[in-house]
Ligand binder design. Structure first.
Ligand code: FCB
Length: 451
């Protein structure tokens, strides 16, 4: 298995300050369009697959949707001001494709483009570098009606959209990521069906996984053609995956899961091939790959963004619940395992010739309560401190990590969990749309301004 040669122990995690990181390290916060913007029908935005998915009873835990969310579409100035006050230097946000191109094809919507122009210029005016993501899961519904990501033609639609964004904003964006977590989009959206578009077919999911990567490569070509100097890359969910026990079946399960989540993406992007053992495992569900596809997928990239939340233990018995095992968990019931970030980064560094890395998401949901205008989220402060220390440990061992983005600036619409799970360092009182920076926001500010 891909265990790091000498796993660091928890005792090696010392508290760090930002002086322990490279001078140019980017410190930021992250959000995504559908989760915060609201204004779902304003200014010409077309419907997205998440609007459709939310409208079907039973899909979202609290029956909610993205119609209002954090009303960031109207309150963005205030949210940028909060970032500036916290001393944040980089802002990772996503653009809603259906706001920019309502049907996913044809005419671009000037009002949608203007909104992102205001975000970009507003961030820059506050000394904050904008990092855009083109696709954080809100596909125009019109494209889904034509087969969505299972239809190869959507790759060209995506490249056209990417071209327009790079042409318009490529002079001001620090970075443009094509996709956010294509594994999640493909498999939670098309195999498990618990995310939009709610399809349940392994074969479709695998084909979608291929088309997402293909569209990434095509979008890179389209964006490079504009001459943009923005760094271009992709954001992946990644975890170290270990066998739960030494039983052979668990070891094989870990190989498979690691192959689907880590090697599928890293091998394709950095070596131009899919892992042979996984193609074997998939058998009839293996994707249709046309000649030339893998070369497009493996176009040189400037960075890979890593979203890290937890590790995974693979068991032939199926998924396990870390809480039942007495492991520390967040409100998502995800195990709190800071050293997983170090282990993952060291393993990737060992196995691949990597471009620059960013931690594009890391954070936690806890049961925050607003008491007299304050949220005392000590658990989140500790989570962030430990994970930042774990990133530093990897950098100290030679991994080229260039930035870290807290997920998330604001409490927001947490997909199938709705609004009940709060990931923000800023509390959102949804009844009034007031923002209350939590203790973790104040901690991040003191970390960033050096104290
Ligand atoms: C990631 C998503 C992000 C957020 C966090 C908690 O998978 O990219 O939008 O929901 O999980």
């Amino acid at each position: 298995m891909n265990m790091p040669s000498s796993p660091p122990s928890l005792h090696t995690l010392k508290a760090v300050t930002r002086d322990d990181f490279p001078q140019t390290f980017a410190w930021g916060v992250a959000t995504a369009s559908f989760q915060i913007e609201g204004a779902a029908r304003s200014d010409g935005r077309g419907p997205s697959i998440w609007d459709t998915f939310c409208a079907q009873p039973g899909n979202i835990a609290d029956g909610s949707n993205g119609d209002v969310a954090c009303n960031h579409y109207h309150l963005y100035q205030q949210d940028l001001d909060i970032m500036q006050r916290l001393g944040v230097e980089a802002y990772r946000f996503s653009m809603a494709w259906p706001r920019i191109q309502p049907d996913g094809v044809g005419a671009f919507n000037p009002k949608g483009l203007d909104f992102y122009e205001r975000i970009i210029d507003g961030a820059l005016a506050r000394g904050i570098k904008p990092y855009a993501t083109l696709f954080h899961w809100d596909l125009p519904q019109a494209l889904q009606d034509g087969g969505g990501w299972n239809n190869r033609d959507v790759c060209q639609r995506f490249a056209d959209y990417a071209h327009e964004v790079a042409r318009r904003f490529g002079d001001r964006l620090s970075a443009i990521a094509t996709h956010n977590e294509p594994w999640v989009m493909a498999f939670l959206g098309h195999e498990q069906g618990i995310f939009a578009p709610g399809i349940k077919s392994r074969k479709i999911a695998v084909q979608v996984a291929h088309h997402l990567l293909l569209s990434h490569g095509m979008a890179l070509d389209a964006m490079r053609a504009t001459g943009t100097r923005a760094q271009l890359g992709i954001v992946l969910n990644q975890s170290p995956i270990y066998p739960d026990t030494t039983a052979e079946a668990d070891i094989d399960r870990a190989r498979h899961d690691d192959g689907m989540i880590v090697r599928w993406y890293m091998d394709a992007l950095l070596k131009g091939e899919y892992p042979a053992d996984i193609l074997d495992d998939l058998a009839d569900a293996a994707p249709v790959v046309l000649p030339g596809d893998m070369a497009v997928i493996a176009r040189p990239i400037d960075f890979i963004g890593i979203n890290y939340y937890t590790r995974q233990l693979a068991s032939a018995q199926g998924p396990y619940n870390p809480k039942e095992r007495g492991l520390p968990v967040t409100d998502m019931d995800w195990e709190i395992y800071p050293l997983g970030i170090t282990e993952l980064l060291l393993r990737l560094h060992r196995d691949y010739k990597l471009p620059a890395l960013y931690i594009t998401e890391n954070g936690a949901a806890f049961r925050d309560e607003l008491v007299a205008g304050q949220v005392d989220d000590r658990d989140r402060v500790r989570y962030l401190q430990e994970h930042i220390a774990a990133v530093q440990l990897a950098i100290a061992q030679g991994v080229d990590v260039r930035g870290y983005f807290v997920w998330s600036l604001l409490d927001n619409f947490e997909w199938a969990s709705g609004y009940a799970k709060r990931f923000g360092i800023v509390y959102v009182d949804y009844a009034t749309q007031t923002r209350h920076p939590k203790r973790s926001a104040e901690w991040y500010r003191s970390f960033l301004v050096r104290g």
